[in-house]
Design a binder for this molecule. Structure first.
Ligand SMILES: [Zn+2]
Length: 255
């Protein structure tokens, strides 16, 4: 964690020391506003229950990150941390909150995939598919989730930030096709979230086509070149994970 070098504030999250200009905007798509709105929605999906999960948006040289340990559906723009993308120093650091332990993991998606948005959920469906794989109950193997011939995999781009150019027939050029097999690597959980950094980075490097990394008994990290793509992929994957759990219960194979 890198200190901003700013003097400690008087224990409020919105003193001028914390440069509110970075987070106050009338634009609903400003990252500080957008993160609050998305977390409110994601809470409804069960993705960020009990302060778990998180989201980060990179805009130009600024990385906006929701703080750790806060009720994600009740966040305010002034709760946001803002980091300089290049120096990794906090430009804004609310003193009443802890920086998110997910920060180095979000940064991995930004630096290694050119992503501008990364979403981390504790979705029960994501956790369940990692347990089914761990128990060796499907043919995809212990360390990979795989599924094929399900329409929704067309919502997934190659590498997570693939081209959105439309091919003849209406298919997105950079996306998986119906007959492709979706594969998402699974890494083992660690006692502390930030300790996932090395294995997550390794998985991103070893799986150039993946848009996400599952964390066993924990959840999933999903990224996209922008918020729309990250959200679409996160929703598509959650649909797929839920479907896969139900398929498993019915004795159906994923691949
Ligand atoms: Zn987590």
């Amino acid at each position: 964690m890198v200190s901003s070098g700013l003097p400690p504030s008087n224990a409020t999250s919105d003193t001028h020391n914390n440069d509110d200009a970075l987070v106050l905007s009338d634009d609903p798509l400003h990252p500080a506003n957008h993160i609050c709105e998305l977390c409110y929605k994601f809470y409804g999906h069960g993705w960020v229950t009990g302060t778990g999960g998180g989201i980060s948006i990179k805009r130009d040289n600024h990385v906006y990150i929701a703080p750790s340990g806060v009720q994600k559906e009740l966040m305010k723009p002034t709760d946001m941390f803002v980091m300089d993308y290049h120096t990794r120093e906090y430009l804004r650091r609310p003193q009443v909150f802890k920086p998110s332990a997910c920060t180095p993991l979000f940064m991995a998606a930004f630096t290694k995939r050119g992503a501008s948005c990364c979403i981390h959920t504790h979705s029960q469906w994501a956790v369940l598919v990692t347990l089914i794989c761990e128990a060796g109950l499907q043919d995809s193997g212990k360390d990979v989730f795989a599924l094929k011939e399900i329409e929704q995999i067309k919502g997934i781009s190659r590498g997570g930030t693939g081209s959105t150019e439309i091919a003849e027939g209406g298919r997105k050029l950079g996306n998986l096709g119906y007959f492709d097999t979706l594969k998402i690597p699974i890494i083992e959980n660690t006692a502390h979230e930030e300790d996932l950094k090395d294995t997550l980075e390794k998985a991103i490097e070893e799986w150039p086509e993946t848009c996400a990394v599952l964390v066993r008994r924990h959840g999933v990290y999903v990224w996209g070149k922008d918020v729309t793509q990250a959200k679409t992929q996160c929703e598509s994957l959650d649909y797929i994970f839920q479907l896969a759990v139900e398929m498993h219960k019915l004795g159906l194979k994923w691949v």
